[in-house]
Design a binder for this molecule. Sequence first.
Ligand SMILES: [Cu+2]
Length: 127
Amino acid sequence: MNRVITTLLQCCLCLTCAALFAGASAAGAASKTVVIHMTAKRYEFNPSVINVKQGEHVRLIVTALDRTHGIKIPGYGINRRLNKGAPVTIEFTANKAGTFPFHCSVWCGFGHRRMKGKLIVKPANGG
Ligand SMILES: [Cu+2]
């Protein structure tokens, strides 16, 4: 019986250590700011795929080149209007890993619905 309790305690300790370690490495990565410049025009974002690592602070600077567009990243609760020629700075911490689609959120013409891309957040412990 005592042996079972000891084993359980050891498991708890290991989990606590793992959690602390994961927290520390995520906090370490959070100090890094990744600056990404993006343009929006009928009917594309460039780049249309953004790769970051979990925990990184992202500064996304988006400029609409030809008319008003918008950028919506539902997975991160982001939706900003992009007025032509006026760079918009969007800052967030990529704290959730996964693939998060984004799209234009202001109707801009017949190709509007295919104006999209994706944000790929690589897990912090994924190497
Ligand atoms: Cu649009």
